[in-house]
Design a protein around this ligand. Structure first.
Ligand code: URA
Length: 188
């Protein structure tokens, strides 16, 4: 299975996401945000949930945190054709609050199907909320920056780029982690 073969299925899944009414977040959204990217290097990046700007246009990581992420990805030779970027929750929670457990539980089916269709070689998870939900990790600080194999999949955990806005000291570690991620996907 590869991205090209599954393009129709990915597109039809994106339509399901855009018209989804499974949870109350659909009442507040302007646009659902299914995810985007060429996936040439079979890398998937998963964040928490769309914010204001993402909701405005239906694209992931295009606000302040997204600019940090996208600039650092580019710096370490991961471009938009290489990676599929998405979130656990596909609609913006009001006032950018954290997604509730029931919202994550209802939305995770879309991420699971995306993973099944794309078959990523490596899944990079950004931040505490996403890594504790997907992998049950208690400490991001201890687990970040290296490959973790779980249920036959390879994961790489790092900080959420938004965390580097509030705590500038995290920026160099985040950048180093993305550098390592670039080396992994570009050298294999
Ligand atoms: N933060 C996220 O987790 N995802 C986005 O798409 C934007 C900001």
């Amino acid at each position: 299975m590869n991205f090209d073969n599954n393009l129709d299925l990915m597109n039809s899944l994106a339509n399901d996401i855009k018209t989804c009414k499974l949870c109350q977040l659909s009442n507040f959204r302007k646009n659902a945000v299914p995810g985007e990217g060429g996936f040439k290097k079979k890398l998937m990046i998963i964040g928490e949930a769309p914010g204001y700007y993402e909701d405005q246009v239906g694209r992931p990581f295009i606000g302040a945190a997204g600019k940090i992420l996208r600039n650092i990805l580019k710096k370490y030779c991961i471009d938009e054709d290489d990676v599929f970027i998405t979130n656990i929750v596909k609609c913006r929670p009001p006032n950018n609050r954290q997604p509730k457990k029931e919202e994550k539980d209802l939305c995770i089916r879309y991420l699971e199907t995306q993973i099944e269709l794309l078959q990523p070689r490596l899944i990079c998870i950004l931040g505490n909320i996403a890594s504790s939900y997907i992998l049950g990790l208690k400490s991001l600080t201890r687990e970040r920056g290296r490959i973790i194999e779980k249920r036959n999949k390879n994961y790489f955990i790092t900080y959420h780029p938004a965390a580097t806005i509030y705590n500038r000291e995290l920026l160099s570690t985040f950048e180093n982690d993305i550098k390592k991620l670039g080396e992994i996907i570009n050298n294999n």
